[in-house]
Design a protein around this ligand. Structure first.
Ligand SMILES: Nc1ncnc2c1ncn2[C@@H]1O[C@H](COP(=O)(O)OP(=O)(O)OP(=O)(O)O)[C@@H](O)[C@H]1O
Ligand SMILES: Cc1ncc(C[n+]2csc(CCOP(=O)(O)O)c2C)c(N)n1
Ligand SMILES: [Mg+2]
Ligand SMILES: [Mg+2]
Ligand SMILES: [Mg+2]
Length: 327
């Protein structure tokens, strides 16, 4: 493979955003920021063996997810994704065709959101593929859906359903057998092709105030991040946590809490807002068929995350979930 030929093949056929001044092909990209908007930027990396296994995912699925997890961070800021850059470290056992397919996985999502690939970097590496995606988005200058914005008595809400991705990973790792074929495919798909909740983030951005976080490391961990940043507490009900039909089915013979509390990679949004704003949010989401569920409330109990179990026992949850240095 030739580095320069490969980069030539990444040149987009079309540019969606009129504000791109210089895209792929020079020393750096140039774009014009929109007036009255703040620029929002995030970067997340995926490493072969840590975030995906080459034999368990197609290159297209890996590319899709590498972009999706970053769009999810943009959604958690109430922002709209506009541009992305891709840095890729390539070992010799990845063929050019695999890499072009990986980019196709990204194009699928980028087309949906009319995002432009405006640059990146290509290097070789000894062993595992590493793909790092940077996304730039824009948000109305007054919108700040920060982890620190929770207030006492707020409603705690979550989009979609929780725990599917982690159960899907357990299937891929042969730690879980699911007989129902449709359920098995659903769970694996939720792991490989998470849906970033940009539309929900947009609605939340219209509220007077909201705290917001996306669920990458697990619900318990993300709730801890909100209570730490807001110096408050959260209490939530196990019975109210939205669980898919596929995961509910597994409840009969598995302890599913490890998936929905600590598993991670749900890429749903979790946040808090006033009771009044919650009513507006719920109504707006219902109108657009966006699933959003109230799971608890914000308390004055500093930095504690309390779960009311289905049997009404109350337990304090530790900040455990996915942690790169704890496994
Ligand atoms: N190596 C680093 N250097 C500088 N800032 C970092 C570094 N790693 C993380 N950060 C910053 O720390 C904050 C939290 O990052 P983190 O990656 O935990 O958030 P996240 O992307 O929402 O979570 P996840 O990576 O699990 O998806 C962000 O502001 C991020 O930019
Ligand atoms: C092969 C394999 N083993 C384990 C996992 C689970 N996993 C990896 S990183 C992560 C948290 C989010 O990542 P980050 O914090 O880097 O954004 C999780 C839950 C996986 N996806 N693939
Ligand atoms: Mg990150
Ligand atoms: Mg995040
Ligand atoms: Mg992230």
């Amino acid at each position: 493979m030739d580095e320069f030929d490969f980069i030539d093949k990444l040149q987009p056929k079309r540019i969606f955003q009129p504000n791109v001044v210089v895209g792929i092909g020079d020393d750096a990209a140039v774009y014009k920021p929109s007036r009255h908007k703040n620029q929002v930027v995030c970067v997340d990396t995926m490493v072969e063996g840590v975030h995906f296994l080459k034999h368990a995912s197609t290159p297209e699925e890996i590319g899709y997810k590498a972009l999706a997890v970053n769009i999810s961070d943009i959604a958690a800021m109430g922002a709209i994704p506009r541009y992305y850059l891709v840095s890729i470290a390539i070992p010799s056992n990845w063929a050019e065709q695999d890499l072009l397919e990986l980019y196709h996985g990204m194009y699928e999502l980028a087309d949906e959101y009319e995002m432009d690939l405006i640059g990146g970097d290509t290097v070789s590496t000894a062993d595992k593929l590493v793909v790092t995606v940077t996304v730039i988005g824009e948000v109305e200058a007054h919108v700040q859906t920060l982890r620190s914005k929770a207030k006492e008595h707020d409603v705690v809400f979550v989009t979609g359903s929780i725990g599917d991705s982690s159960a899907g990973l357990a299937i891929l790792l042969s730690q879980l057998a699911v007989d129902n074929k449709a359920h098995k495919e659903y769970l694996i798909n939720r792991h490989k092709r998470p849906t970033p909740r940009v539309r929900a983030g947009q609605i939340i951005a219209t509220l007077d105030r909201a705290s917001l976080n996306d669920i990458s490391d697990g619900l318990a961990s993300e709730l801890h991040e909100i209570v730490e940043a807001s110096q408050l507490g959260i209490t939530f009900n196990e019975a109210d946590i939205p669980i898919s039909e596929a995961l509910s089915e597994l409840k009969k013979s598995n302890d599913i809490t490890k998936w929905f509390l600590y598993g991670g990679e749900d890429f749903e949004l979790v946040g808090t807002t006033s009771a009044e704003s919650w009513d507006k949010l719920k109504m707006a989401c219902d109108e657009q068929s966006i699933k959003i569920t109230k799971i608890g409330s914000v308390t004055s109990s500093h930095s504690s995350v309390q779960l009311v179990k289905e049997n009404l026992e109350m337990i304090f949850l530790e900040k455990s979930g996915y942690n790169h240095f704890k496994g």
